[in-house]
Structure formats: C-alpha cells, structure tokens
Design a protein around this ligand. Structure first.
Ligand code: KG4
Length: 368
C-alpha cells in the first residue's frame, strides 16, 4: 500500500454522460464492485442523450449507486483511502453531479481526491485485467465521445497520435441507427444486425486526410449513409418493429445481447448496415496498423464503448496476427462507461501524491 494512502481502497465515481457509475477497487486492479446505472431507457425515445435529462437522472441515482458499490464491495466509507472522480470531458451538467458528490465526500471524510480524465480512465481499463501489456503500445480509443490513437512508451506516459476531426465512431453508429429508426444506443444494434447483411453490398468510400495525418473523420460516412437511405427510400424499409421507440439495444452493449429491435429489418437495410460497419471498421484498423508500424508497437490496445464491437475486435485481432503483436481489450463491463476504470486511474494519481483540491471544476472539453 502506498504510504500516501491510509488504505488501498479507492472509490471511483463516473457521471460524464448517461451512466451513473461507482466502483470500489483495492489497489489498481482488484475490482471489488462495479455498479453502473444506465439511463439508456430515458434517452432512447429521443435517439440520443438529452443533457438536461442526463443531469437530473444522475442526481436521482448517485447516492444509491455509491451505496450499492460500497455494499457490494463489503466496505464502509470509513475504510476508503481515497476518492477518484471524472472531471471531463463530458456533459457539464452530468460531470458536476459526480464531482459534487466526490468533493463532498472527500471533505467530510477528510480523504484525498483524484481528478481523472475520462479518456485516461478508458486507457486504464485495459490494464485492470492485463497487468503486463508490452510497450510501446498503440491504443485505439473508440467511444461515443471521442476516437483517438495514443502511443504509450512506458506505463502512463501517453502521447496522442490522432483524434477525430468531427464525429466520434460511436456517434456515427448512433446517428446511423437514429436515421433508420433502429433505437439507442445504435452501436450494439448495428453490430448485431450487420452480421445478417452483405458487407460488400454498398461501396462506401473512406475519408481521406490530405495532410498525411492519422486523424479520423466520420461525418462524411454518416452523410453517405443518409444519401443512400434517401436514394433508396430506406427509412420505411427499416421495418415497423424498428420504428417503435423504446425497443433499442442495451447500453451495456455486448454484441449479440439486448432486445431484438429489428427482427423485421429489410435485406436492403441489413446490407447497408453491414457495408457501413465494414468501411468504418476497416478505416479504424488501417489507421491503427499504420500507427503500430510507425511506432514499432509491441502491442495494440483497444478501449472505449465501440471496443465492444465484434467486427472491430475480430479485424484488429487479425491485423495484430499479421503484425505479430498481441491485441488487448477489456471485458464488456469495463469497456463501456464505468467507474472501475476511474478508480484504477485515480489510484495511480493518489499513490503518486497527485491530489486535486476541493476547487476542482468540471471541464467538458478536457483533453489528455
Ligand atoms: O465508452 P462509452 O460507453 O461512452 C463514451 O465514453 O462515449 O461508449 C458509448 C458508445 C455508444 O456510441 C455506443 O453506440 C457504442 O459505444 N457502442 C458500440 C457497441 N457497444 C457500444 N458501438 C459499436 N458496436 C458495439 N457493440
């Protein structure tokens, strides 16, 4: 146990978007509890997250979620050695709920507070289950809020290599699903449906960066899907079952799970989804392989909600085999938004004495 902490139990709190989450970790890897209250049913009818509703739902859920995480871990507040909280990026009204709870607890319990960047948390999620990831490692972070490539030369020394210049990959999934009335969140639904379509049916072209960077862009892909949908009158072809609000996928998002929103989706829609997924996944994999070659990577890491995607996991694993390097990703419970990854990152901050003051504020556009 690091001398800076009175106990090696850290409570993590995460409320950056539409999941209220709390987790207790012993040290940086032993997950004693990982409680996530998803708001997906609240936002589903709008086809995306409504910030004001998200903030209100966090307020309603936060106390219960924290208490559940302590109960599940079999600990009390007095056993904790520190508190870790997401300060950004994310929705400001959502972040403030977690931050207020964490700061109040740190003050009353006289515990050190760690400020964790949400993306840093996603990177740490890789190391909870995989202690020894060879370095340098190239990490593809794909979520609903960001799509980035990083290189980690040695533990926790992370350098950004590329970012998205517009939408994130998860956002592209969610917007395509919304366009077709398939439900929210769109990623797991498209993942499931795309398995039944022909990935070569529609020839979507890949975005090209003229400046030679590895940056990403997904807005063109989304527009191409929109044009195809309009040209082929596919809004209606999504099927009557698909258009009923509240029948979307699960936010815990493992491919293949969740309600069958679109059993009646037409062949044309299935082909469109498979083709959209194919171009998006091959684009992500290509950039990751280029980054891995450029930085002589000895491993590839995949994290963020879209890392649940079955096609992306399989393609990246094949690419890793071709490069002769292993590919790591967290299990689904640690892949989508969760507080275990925040506690893990926070544990390292606290152990190194990097504590935040009680004036810590939310930073909706924080970067790593
Ligand atoms: O990491 P996350 O839970 O939240 C953010 O930090 O953004 O990621 C949520 C995103 C959503 O856009 C969701 O559609 C996507 O991850 N997602 C998936 C899958 N599961 C979740 N995208 C593609 N395939 C999946 N199986």
């Amino acid at each position: 146990m690091p001398s800076a902490l009175k106990s090696d139990l850290v409570l993590g709190i995460e409320t950056s978007c539409d999941e209220t989450a709390a987790s207790v970790l012993r040290g940086p890897r032993q997950v004693l509890s990982n409680v996530v209250a998803s708001q997906a049913p609240v936002h589903r009818r709008y086809g995306g997250v409504v910030p004001e509703l998200a903030s209100r739902q966090h307020i309603l859920a936060i106390d219960t979620v924290i208490q559940e995480s302590l109960d599940e871990a079999g600990v009390t507040l007095r056993d904790l050695g520190g508190i870790a909280v997401t300060y950004g990026p994310g929705l400001v009204g959502s972040l403030l709920v977690g931050l207020s709870a964490a700061k109040a607890m740190a003050m009353v319990l006289d515990l050190p507070l760690a400020a964790v960047n949400h993306h840093e948390g996603h990177i740490h999620s890789l190391f909870i289950e995989h202690e020894e990831i060879p370095m340098p490692a190239v990490i593809l972070m794909v979520s609903g809020g960001d799509t980035s490539l990083y290189v980690m030369e040695k533990p926790w020394a992370v350098r950004p290599l590329a970012h998205t210049r517009d939408d994130a990959a998860g956002e592209a999934y969610d917007k395509v699903a919304k366009l077709l009335g398939l439900g929210y969140p769109g990623g797991p639904i498209i993942d499931r449906l795309a398995k039944r379509g022909n990935p070569k049916a529609v020839a979507f072209s890949r975005p090209r960066m003229t400046d030679g960077t590895l940056d990403f862009s997904f807005s063109g892909m989304k527009t191409a899907v929109l044009r195809h949908v309009q040209a082929h009158g596919l809004e209606a072809a999504a099927g009557p079952g698909a258009l009923v609000p509240g029948t979307g996928g699960s936010s815990t998002a493992a491919a293949g799970g969740g309600p069958e929103a679109t059993a009646e989706a037409s062949e044309a829609v299935l082909d469109l989804l498979a083709s959209f997924q194919e171009v998006l996944v091959s684009y992500l994999v290509d950039h990751t392989v280029k980054a891995a070659r450029l930085h002589a990577a000895r491993a590839i890491g995949l994290s963020g909600g879209v890392a649940c995607n079955s096609r992306l996991r399989a393609s990246l694993r094949e690419a890793g085999d071709r490069l002769g390097i292993p590919v790591f990703h967290p299990s689904p419970a640690l892949t989508t938004d969760n507080a275990a990854m925040i506690a893990a990152a926070g544990w390292h901050h606290l152990a190194a004495g990097r504590t935040a003051s009680l004036t810590l504020n939310a930073d909706p556009s924080a970067r790593l």
